[in-house]
Design a protein around this ligand. Structure first.
Ligand code: HEC
Length: 92
């Protein structure tokens, strides 16, 4: 009888752990969704003037912005989505 109870307890704690980690995963998804809801213009204003003046969209051609985006993505520690949004905004 005691062994059975221990087993039940183990199964229960595994379940609790699984649900807990699922909540964590779901939470992190919500967080990144919040970030990705920001517009390209907003991300550009928030990230690109930390180190230098914000370059205006007319400074470079769309092809050049693509290259600049790759360089500055690593400098500004942006995600792929954020970089793409900024490049899209700057290429208008
Ligand atoms: C962590 C600091 C940092 C951040 C954040 C940053 N940059 Fe830069 N940026 C630099 C540095 C340093 C240079 C000098 C050239 C190099 O090292 O590539 C530069 C150069 C540039 C240049 C070339 C300037 C020229 O006239 O040749 C452009 C355009 C540029 N950054 C755009 C951006 C954009 C757009 C963002 C936002 C996504 C951004 N930068 C974010 C540091 C940063």
């Amino acid at each position: 009888m005691k062994i059975l109870n221990n087993k039940k307890l183990t199964i229960l704690s595994i379940l609790v752990l699984m649900i807990g980690s699922m909540m964590l995963v779901l939470n992190s998804c919500t967080a990144s969704q919040k970030i990705s809801m920001k517009s390209g213009a907003q991300l550009w204003a928030e990230n690109c003037q930390r180190c230098h003046n914000t370059p205006s969209p007319s400074t470079f051609t769309p092809e050049q912005w693509e290259t600049v985006g790759m360089h500055m993505q690593s400098r500004a520690l942006l995600t792929e989505t954020e970089k793409n949004k900024i490049v899209e905004f700057l290429s208008q």
